[in-house]
Design a protein around this ligand. Sequence first.
Ligand code: FUB
Ligand code: ZN
Length: 623
Amino acid sequence: MLKPTKICRFLMAVSFFSVFVKTGDAQNYQLKPVPFNQVTINDNFWAPRLASHANATLETCIAQMQDSTERINNFARAASIMEGQHQGIYFDDSDVYKAMEGIAYSLINNPNPVREALLDKWIKLIAGAQQEDGYLNTFYTLNHPDERWTDMEKHEMYCGGHMIEAAVAHYKATGKETFLNVAINFADYLAKNFGPGKKHWVPGHQEIELALVKLYHETNDKKYLDLAYWLLEERGHGHGHGEIWNKEHWGAAYCQDDVPVSEISEIKGHAVRAMYLFTGMADVAAEKELPDYVAALERVWHDVVDRNMYITGGIGSSGSNEGFSKDYDLPNKTAYCETCASIGMVLWNSRMNLFSEDARYIDVMERSMYNGVLSGVSLDGDLFYYVNPLESDGDHHRQRWFGCACCPSNISRFIPSVGSYIYLTSAEEVFVNLYVGSKAQFEVGGQKLTLVQSTNYPWEDEVEFTVNPESPASFALNLRIPGWCKQYQLWVNGELIKSKPGRSRYAKLTRTWNKGDKIRLKMAMPVELVASHPKVEENVGKRALQRGPLVYCLEQTDNKQFNLDEVSIAETTAFSITDAEGKLKGMKAVKAETNGQTLTFVPYFSWDNREPGKMKVWIDYNE
Ligand code: FUB
Ligand code: ZN
C-alpha cells in the first residue's frame, strides 16, 4: 500500500470539481475510450495473453459450462428441453453469461463461426428459459418458482446484470438482436416491477446498475438509466433484507447498504460488490450529473488506495467476508485479493479517469491490471487463481475451475477487453493511458487518425508512436507519465521536447500532426525498492521490488539454494535486469547481488507457472 502525498489529494479534489463546472451538462464521461474493436494489439506482452485466452481460457470455460458442470443444462431444464431441478450454486447462470461475454468480445478480433454458432445455441436455451413476463433465473424458475424476489442476497439482479452485459457484447460483436431482445425483455420486466412507488429492492450483489447503463447506451431508452439510479438510491435506507444483513452476521455494510451511496466515505464489506457498486455509481453520475456521487467516490477511493490496497493492486484482504477488514490490515500469506476484485479495480479506476482526465487513477488501474488481475490466470490461460496471496509456502496453486467460478469467467471477459483501456479521446484531444504495442484507428475532432504504437513495455522503457492523420490535423496528444516514472524524455520527429507532465500527469503535445510524424518516449525504469506504510505490521522492516508497473517476487524454483524465510536485501544490494528463461522466456527477471549471494526475482503475475515452491513479495530489508 502506497502513500499518496497531501498535494496529490488536493489536486484530485480540484480536478473533480472542474468536471462539473466545465461541462455543466454532464451527459457522459469527459473522456471516451477507443473501443477494443478499433485497436489491434500486436506486442510481446498482451498479444500472447490474448492468444492463450482465445484458445485455452475460452475452451476451458466452454467445457465447464456445458460438459463438466450443469450450468448449460440448467438453462435447458428451465427451457423445458430437459427434465430436472437446478443443480449447482444459485448464481451459476452468471458464469455462463460472463463466458458468453468473453466469447463475444473475442469474436470481434478473432471471427470464429464455430464459437458464434455455439453462442446462437446457448442464446436459444436462454431465450427458452426466459419466462413469459421477462423474468430469467434458472435457480428460481426450476427450484422455487413461487419465491422470486424474496431474498435480496440471492443474486437475481446480479445474474440479470451479467446477462445484459453479455447480450450487449453479443450484439456489438455480431449485430444479431437475439440476445439483446432477451436482455430488453428482462430489463423491461424489472422496470415494471421495481422503481418509485413499486417494490423496494437492494440487490445483495451489485452488477445490475452498471449493466442497465450499458443497456441504456445501446438502446437510448432512459428508463434503464433511471432504474439504475433508483437502485443505487435504494441503498442505505433500511430496505435491504436477507440473512447477511442481520447484525449477528455481517450486517448491511457487507453489501454496502449501511449508508446512502452519496454518503459513502469508508470502504467496507465485500470487495467485488463494492467495486461493481462504485463502477455503477460512476456510470450513473456521468449521465445524470451527480456531484455527490463523485465526491463519495473520491472519498472512498482514498480509503481504498491509501489504507486498504496491496502493492499488487489487490484488495479485500479477508477471506471470511471476501472483503475489507480494518485499515492497514494487509497480511501477505492470507491475503484474499480475489481476482474479480482486481478486475473491479480496473473497471472502477478507469471510470474515475474518464471523469477527471487524471492519470493517477490509471496508475492504480495499471497496478491492478498488470499484477492483481494477471496473476489470476496461468500463462497458458487454462488455470486460475481465485485468491491471490503475496506470499506462499508452496501450497497455493492455480486450478482449472472452482465450485464458485466467478473468477475464471470474469477473466474470460476481461482479457479480450484490454484493448479498450489504451486510448481515449475527448472533443479535440487524444489520450494514451497504457503502453501496449498496437494499432488504433479512430476519430479526433472529426478527423480520421491511425495511431501506431511500438514498444516492448513493460520489459523495456521506450515507446514509439507513428501518427497518421488522414490529412494534417491539429490536436493535442496526451501521453500518460506513469506515477512510477521519475524521469522521462520525449522527442517529436527526433527533436527533444521540453515537457513536464501537467497536473493530471499527462505530457501534452499540441501541434498540427502530419502523416508519419514520430513520437518517442523514454521512461526511466529502474528497479525500485518500495516500503509499505509503517502501519502495515507485516511489512515492517521489509521491502518489495517494483520495476515499471510490475511487482516482482522471489520464487523458490529460481533460488533453490536459499531458504526464502531467511534471505534479505539491503541498501547496498545491486540490482540488474536479465532475460528470464524457460517458461518465462520473453520476460525480464531481476538479479539481486546481496551479501555475496545472487537472488533472482520474477514478475509477481508469473509466479506458480513452473515447479511449486515458496513465493514472497515482501523481503526482509537491512537498513
Ligand atoms: O457472489 C458472486 C461472486 O462469487 C462474488 O463476486 C465473489 O466474491 C464470489 O462470492
Ligand atoms: Zn471471483
